[in-house]
Design a protein around this ligand. Structure first.
Ligand SMILES: Cc1cc2nc3c(=O)[nH]c(=O)nc-3n(C[C@H](O)[C@H](O)[C@H](O)COP(=O)(O)OP(=O)(O)OC[C@H]3O[C@@H](n4cnc5c(N)ncnc54)[C@H](O)[C@@H]3O)c2cc1C
Length: 461
């Protein structure tokens, strides 16, 4: 039997994206006497809902209404503008909280590992997405939109998002909450051809059918799919047996391949069985060398690509790699560098992969299971973690340290000024009001200093 829980149970949740909010919500629902501090390194909450989900998919962002409700509970404090590892250390959370839940997401990306990818004009989709969504860290990114051809490496939903954004007419995006500077720069875009590159075949592509279909319905771009790249082997068909999404994708791709071009201003190509092997050009990318692949079934039945030795050159003045987000280590917290996650057993942090559990330390979301799944996937994931937390014996904490005031003092002493939820609500209102006159959901503030003024304004009032 586990020992009685401290009352109130003090929990630090590190990262205010979907998994941070779902973990907070699960704690509130399952325990009356709880006091939660929800931290984020940015003044703004909501993680990738604000800075990842595409601006032309606005409806999905309404999930933040639920998160807003979570934060209106008096047992929760939002402390934005506090970075774990810098403003608040591992030692601090162990001293001031009975438990900590890391929900920091997977902010980095994977490299292609090919010669020439350091050339200018080669970016990650992670950076490009953060740039057009107004993430403060990426507002100054240089995106060479003078390129007429763009290669997007990958055929997952993030690749679909960036290919769609680059293919749309700017007026289709100007009514969204895309960052103003991105709208301005996309207005000058000279992009004519966007080519998505899949290493394996159409049956293996990871995009979902709704997102794929949308690419075939763009007002500003013809879709180009080569019929010869849609041939699917018996092994591939066997591997996707019963997978409704993949089977439907094949159907949609065949319809796309049969569709005549309508002479729209841009073309969006979806290619399969090709791998980028080298980025060509001088200081700046001019083209990508592609190798054609054939597919082979492994002994376990999964389909892998194998180079054929046949090459082609795809002109490209901009390359966006979209081959996966990647978790990074937090100072003082165990990290599994092979899987790029915090090692855990159903959300309980382990001292190393396969090692002993660390008392009072938990993890949820992308940094727990890797960068897969939609917003809702993080709910069940966070609930599993909270179940572990509430069933464990938690370390004792000195009563004087376990108070919100003790954390306030600590941050104050370090010159750290948390951005509270009331400050966020003021900023949110300002952004939405700025959007109203322009018929947009909001006009985003993209500089941290400007965001922080909403806290200063209140302090001066
Ligand atoms: C481009 C893109 C488009 C997507 N589109 C969709 C979609 O259309 N529909 C859908 O359902 N899902 C979509 N997703 C998936 C969805 O966004 C994720 O499932 C979800 O955001 C993961 O939640 P998370 O809380 O684990 O991570 P995140 O959302 O990344 O949140 C992590 C939070 O932790 C904070 N943080 C990081 N480090 C620290 C630190 N050291 N200290 C304090 N705070 C820190 C970050 O600032 C961030 O706010 C998309 C993802 C991407 C990348």
């Amino acid at each position: 039997m586990s020992a009685p829980k401290p009352s109130p149970l003090r929990v630090a949740v590190i990262g205010a994206g979907p998994s941070g909010f779902y973990a907070t919500d699960a704690l509130l629902k399952q325990r009356e006497s709880v006091s939660i501090d929800l931290f984020d390194r940015l003044p703004t909450p909501y993680g990738l809902v604000r800075y990842g989900v595409a601006p032309d998919h606005q409806k999905l962002k309404s999930v933040t209404k639920l998160y807003e409700r979570t934060c209106s509970d008096p047992r929760v404090r939002f402390l934005g503008n506090v970075e774990f590892g810098k403003d608040l250390t591992h030692e601090d959370v162990r001293r001031h909280y009975h438990a900590v839940v890391y929900t920091v997401g997977a902010p980095s990306d994977r490299q292609l590992g090919i010669p020439g990818e350091e050339k200018s004009g080669c970016l990650s989709a992670t950076e490009f997405v953060a740039w057009y969504n107004g993430h403060p860290d990426y507002a100054g990114l240089e995106v060479p939109l003078d390129a007429e051809s763009v290669a997007v490496v990958g055929v997952g939903n993030v690749a679909v998002d960036v290919a769609r954004v680059l293919s749309k007419a700017v007026d289709e995006l100007a009514g969204t909450d895309m960052a103003d500077y991105a709208i301005e720069q996309l207005r000058e875009s000279r992009v004519k051809d966007v080519t998505m590159l899949g290493r394996r075949g159409p049956a293996e592509a990871k995009f979902t059918t709704k997102e794929l279909r949308e690419l075939g319905e763009l007002a500003n771009a013809d879709i180009v799919v080569l019929p010869e790249e849609l041939e699917v082997s018996e092994d591939s068909m066997k591997a996707i047996e019963g997978d409704a999404t993949r089977l439907k994708n094949l159907e949609v791709l065949r319809e796309m391949a049969a569709k005549p071009l309508e002479g729209k201003p841009r073309r969006l190509h979806i290619r399969f069985c090709v791998s980028p092997k080298e980025v060509l050009g001088g200081q700046r990318i001019e083209a990508v060398e592609l190798e054609r692949n054939r597919l082979e079934a492994t002994q376990s039945g999964t389909i892998q690509s194998v180079g054929t030795g046949a090459f082609e050159t795809l002109p490209a003045g901009l390359l966006l790699r979209s081959v996966g987000y990647r978790g990074t280590a937090l100072p003082g917290v165990p990290f599994d560098a092979r899987r790029n996650v915090i090692p855990n057993d159903r959300g309980h942090v382990l001292e190393a992969a396969g090692g002993a559990p660390l008392p009072g330390e938990y993890v949820a979301g992308w940094i727990k299971r890797g960068p897969t799944g939609v917003i809702g996937t993080n709910k069940a994931d966070a609930m599993e973690t909270v179940e572990q937390l509430l069933s464990d014996d938690l370390p004792a904490v000195d009563a004087a340290d376990a108070s919100p005031a003790a954390v306030d003092q600590l941050l104050h002493k370090r010159g750290v000024h948390p951005f509270g939820f009331e400050h966020w609500l003021a900023l949110d209102k300002y952004e939405q009001e700025a959007g109203t006159s322009a018929g947009r959901p909001r006009v985003k503030v993209t500089a941290v200093e400007e965001m922080l003024r909403f806290a200063e304004a209140e302090a001066e009032a």
